[in-house]
Design a protein around this ligand. Structure first.
Ligand code: LMR
Length: 334
């Protein structure tokens, strides 16, 4: 046998999850945020419980902070089987052709976590996961982060305050439309590039939940943070379908249990983590935190809800109507 064929053969064997009974199944779990965030902590929690519940038959290696891959690359790596698990934000599924996920990016679509959970734990959430199957992906869970705040180097109190500004967005057409509706110029880029883009003035501002803002040290390069809560950012934990279906049923069952516990944990800490991040930003003294008045928030809502109508054909009328029904939202009654 030629040497190259031997190397290829060995590499193929190593890629099989159950090839050797004694060596643990390795799950590479890649993500783009800091360890000290709702997603970072939940990924570490999952790794710990997966080892405990399987008696170390499974080893979850967590790679945080875009150490292995940036947003777009990690999706490709998962589909190719180079990593086995990710938890991309829901905004990052449009580029792989599952545009319905962008419903979560619509401004003011949820008023609170309770409304959101009606969707993620109901039929809409199930249907969204079904749509991933043809992409070679299995959806395992939805993990919370939180509600987004706008940041910039000038105060953001009213919807007009972001006019003409270059604002970084995640890779979502809905978020681009949201920024254009405010008269701003959206700039889509990977999460790992945001700090530098803010620092060098490539963009003027951005949006993120406070936990991401603080742990990426954006308070060092942004003077104002406005707690508008104008949209939601959360995650879908996903795995490579071939890998998942190739696992022995008992191992998969234990990983399901570990994921369930990690999901409860993630959703329990998300709110606290974001509140703590707001306090930490205030304490830093570098960024002024502003809480919009009820009237100012309503003005943002009135300015931004027309984005729903504009993006309806992209997201799908049916998905949108189902969400409105569950959350009792009628955009015409603002
Ligand atoms: C972002 O790109 O802003 C977020 O999706 C990062 C994350 O994973 O929370």
């Amino acid at each position: 046998m030629k040497f190259s064929a031997l190397v290829f053969g060995l590499a193929t064997l190593a890629a099989l999850p159950t090839a050797f009974a004694d060596s643990p199944v390795v799950i590479k779990f890649s993500h783009v945020v800091a360890t000290d965030t709702p997603k970072g902590k939940a990924a570490d929690f999952f790794a710990k419980r997966a080892a405990e519940l399987t008696g170390n038959k499974v080893k979850v290696e967590v790679y945080p902070n875009s150490q292995l891959y940036k947003d777009k690359e990690e999706m490709e790596a998962l589909q190719l089987g180079a990593v086995q698990m990710l938890a991309p934000s829901l905004a990052k599924f449009g580029p792989i052709g599952v545009k319905e996920f962008e419903a979560f990016d619509l401004p003011f679509i949820f008023d609170n976590y309770e409304e959101l959970h009606k969707i993620t734990s109901g039929p809409v959430g199930k249907n969204l996961f079904k749509k991933l199957e043809s992409k070679g992906i299995v959806g395992l869970a939805f993990w919370d982060n939180g509600f987004k705040a706008f940041s910039a180097n000038s105060p953001v109190k009213q919807s007009g305050d972001l006019k003409g500004k270059k604002l970084r967005v995640q890779s979502s057409k809905v978020l681009e439309e949201q920024m254009r509706t405010l008269g701003a110029l959206p700039q889509s880029m990977a999460f790992s590039e945001v700090y530098q883009a803010l620092q060098t003035g490539v963009v003027d501002g951005t949006e993120n939940p406070p936990s991401n803002f603080y742990t990426q040290k954006m308070h060092e390069v942004q003077k104002y943070l406005s707690l508008t809560d104008h949209g939601y950012l959360g995650y879908a934990v996903i795995t490579n379908r071939k890998f998942w279906e190739g696992l022995p049923a008992d191992v998969r069952g234990k990983l399901d249990q570990a994921m369930k516990e990690a999901t409860d944990y993630a959703n329990k800490i998300a709110r606290e983590e974001n509140e703590a991040a707001v306090q930490a930003v205030k304490k830093s003294g570098k960024t002024e935190v502003y809480v919009p008045t009820k009237e100012e928030r309503l003005a943002f809502k009135k300015a931004l809800v027309p984005v729903h109508q504009k993006m309806e054909s992209r997201i799908g009328k049916e998905t949108l109507q189902e969400i409105y029904k569950e959350t009792n939202f009628d955009p015409s009654k603002l």
